[in-house]
Write a protein that binds this ligand. Sequence first.
Ligand SMILES: Nc1ncnc2c1ncn2[C@@H]1O[C@H](COP(=O)(O)OP(=O)(O)OP(=O)(O)O)[C@@H](O)[C@H]1O
Length: 254
Amino acid sequence: MSKPILELKNVKTVVNKGTANETTILKGINLKINAGDFITIVGTNGAGKSTLFNVIGGNLPADSGAILHNGTDITRTSEEQRTTFLARVFQDPKLGTAPRMTVAENMLLATKRGEHRHLVPRRLKPNLARFTKLAATMNNGLENRMTTATGALSGGQRQALSFLMATLKRPDILLLDEHTAALDPHTSLNLLHATNERITQDHLTALMITHHLEDALSYGNRLIVLKDGQIRADFTGADKAKLTTEDLYRFFED
Ligand SMILES: Nc1ncnc2c1ncn2[C@@H]1O[C@H](COP(=O)(O)OP(=O)(O)OP(=O)(O)O)[C@@H](O)[C@H]1O
């Protein structure tokens, strides 16, 4: 069997070290993510879901344990170095896009993820048709706003742009951190559908944090329950398919 695309081996993360508030947030995470996995992640507030993404993304160090990318130890690499193979979409539509740049300029910038980015305006023209076609896949009129400054978009359009930017240059790992949570129900559903289509059609490897248990059940091939800094359950295939919201609720009871 081929190596996991990403592997966490007994990863622990401690914050406020050496103070009275010292806390171990991740308490020994072991996780093998295989190419093409679409993993939904659920867990109570404070379970450590965003911290897990921070540790994978290099925003927060792993205090012990190891993180391997295609078998190579990346535990000590920086957040910047990891952007060569990893992209993340946050809950806040304002994160991930440059507000004064147009939609098309932001997309051009995203084609350079992980590289030293110099925006060359003349490169925009040959890419515009492709970018517009991609924007149209979001089903929210983004394709009609290619020359609009991103700060003037609706939250839904801006978040759709963040998602497109994260996937324009294919990432090995896509981290979706409650990326539809700040949107109204209709806009959220629309983005979730577009997300699912892109991930499944392009066979992307993705992890998606959500508080909506129905969404965690509906999407992906794998579901992980995080509780108190540990992985309490990891369902795949047929086991995931037969899970119900009631089954999941049990993990939220003390
Ligand atoms: N840098 C930090 N310094 C101190 N405490 C932190 C830090 N990062 C996270 N924590 C704490 O660690 C715990 C886990 O936080 P985290 O944001 O990972 O939880 P979460 O599962 O994403 O929660 P939510 O569903 O509310 O977003 C929380 O108690 C949080 O306050």
